[in-house]
Design a protein around this ligand. Structure first.
Ligand code: NAP
Length: 266
């Protein structure tokens, strides 16, 4: 099976490509850095030739509402029409749990519009809705930052490790199209302010995290139900503290000078 991963150099895309190769599938990472631009259509026909499935995990360069809508609208239209021309029989896309409930957010409206284009197209599809990635907590803090303070609403979230999201997308992409949407989430719930605080503390980031019930999440008003998955969601195994400990170990290992034995082998 030849599987094209659009956005295959990104956070989730690169994990999918690695996992598919490790399981014996031919996976191709396609993005602007490999000459494939879904906004202009450049390189799409060539890369899609002979593909059995396309996994779209590309992302808008900014979270701005208009720019996101332009990105997900144009890019998804170009992709679906190139897939139809190439005879691709499975389109897999990654979206966000609750995107349909967060219409006040321009970014979420753009994700919802992307999903509608997929559902209205002739290509058999599978849509995976994921909760917030552990790896994205830093980005959430960035969007909610004002100088040295980070204001987030203290709502419930159920974040998931990027590796677990990638694993689900791999399984979905090598199977039959679901003609529907599944939800994936992590095993534990947190208050968003507590989660952001724990992440920033682990990185020795001194910004103060303030729980502000009036603060918005990517422009949308949220409550305790907005970001949580439904009862049928698939729950991944990786716990936040285990992921945090491993990611800190990796970060420290990268900083450590090589031992004499390692230095010899370099
Ligand atoms: N962050 C979360 O918590 C979360 C939760 C649920 C769902 N999601 C969804 O997950 C998806 C993937 O997110 P991510 O964080 O893995 O993304 P990311 O790390 O920002 O990667 C984005 C990818 O898109 C590619 N790309 C951007 N513009 C492109 C273009 N015009 N043509 C082709 N490729 C293009 C980039 O590569 P080049 O720069 O080389 O083009 C890169 O490979 C997104 O759609 C997001 O909505 C995110």
């Amino acid at each position: 099976m030849r599987i094209i991963v659009i956005g295959g150099t990104g956070l989730i895309g690169s994990k999918i490509v690695t996992k598919l190769w490790a399981s014996g599938f031919e996976a191709v990472a396609a993005s602007r850095s490999s000459g494939v631009n879904t906004m202009t259509g450049q390189g799409l026909a060539d890369v899609l030739a002979g593909a059995s499935a396309v996994v779209d995990v590309s992302n808008s360069p900014t979270f701005d509402g208009a720019a996101s809508l332009e990105f997900f609208g144009t890019s998804t239209r170009n992709l679906l029409s190139a897939e139809a021309a190439a005879g691709v029989r499975h389109h897999v896309a990654l979206s966000v749990v609750g995107a349909d409930r967060l219409a006040e957010s321009g970014y979420m409206r753009a994700k919802f519009a992307q999903e509608k284009l997929i559902k209205d197209s002739s290509i058999p599809y599978s849509i995976v809705h994921a909760t917030q990635f552990f790896e994205s907590i830093q980005r959430i803090a960035g969007v909610a930052s004002d100088g040295a303070t980070v204001r987030v609403p203290p709502v419930l979230v159920q974040p998931i490790a990027g590796d677990d999201v990638a694993g689900v997308l791999c399984n979905v992409s090598v199977g039959a199209p679901l003609s529907g949407t599944i939800e994936v989430a992590g095993p534990e719930q947190f208050r968003l302010d507590e989660l952001v605080r724990r992440r920033l503390t682990a990185r020795h980031d001194s910004r103060e995290v303030i729980d502000d019930p009036r603060a918005r999440f990517f422009g949308a008003e949220v409550d305790d139900r907005s970001l949580l998955p439904g009862a049928d969601a698939r729950l991944a195994e990786t716990r936040f503290e285990d992921w945090l400990a491993r990611s800190m170990e990796r970060a420290y290992a990268a900083l450590r000078p090589p031992t004499p034995r390692m230095a010899e082998s370099i």
